[in-house]
Design a protein around this ligand. Structure first.
Ligand SMILES: [Zn+2]
Length: 103
């Protein structure tokens, strides 16, 4: 097996793992419950990781990069559910109708 991705937290890794499963790729999650308090292992190795079969690695990497760029796009703009205006991601409020975005 090959390591595909090192994530920041279990939520992210579980999300990506589910995404790969939808595409028919069996991904394995490692280090999901590890605690940095162990201290003996390098920080990088204590983070949750996604591993896939060698033959799936290329396809899985493609799915992952698609997902990452989708996340970027979501950060850039959002559309107001009230007036459908496209709002720049840095603003939490619609400049057109005053709707306040959640989160
Ligand atoms: Zn609006």
């Amino acid at each position: 097996m090959k390591k595909l991705y090192t994530g920041k937290n279990a939520i992210e890794i579980n999300h990506l793992c589910a995404l790969l499963k939808l595409e028919g790729i069996e991904a394995q999650v490692k280090n999901i419950y590890s605690v940095s308090a162990f201290g003996e292992i390098p920080y990088e190795d204590s983070l949750p990781q996604l591993w896939v079969e060698d033959r799936d690695h290329e396809r899985a990497a493609g799915i992952l990069s698609r997902e990452m760029s989708a996340d970027d796009a979501r950060l850039k703009t959002w559309s107001c559910p009230r007036c459908q205006e496209e709002i720049d991601g840095v603003y939490g409020q619609c400049w057109n109708c005053g709707y306040i975005a959640e989160g």
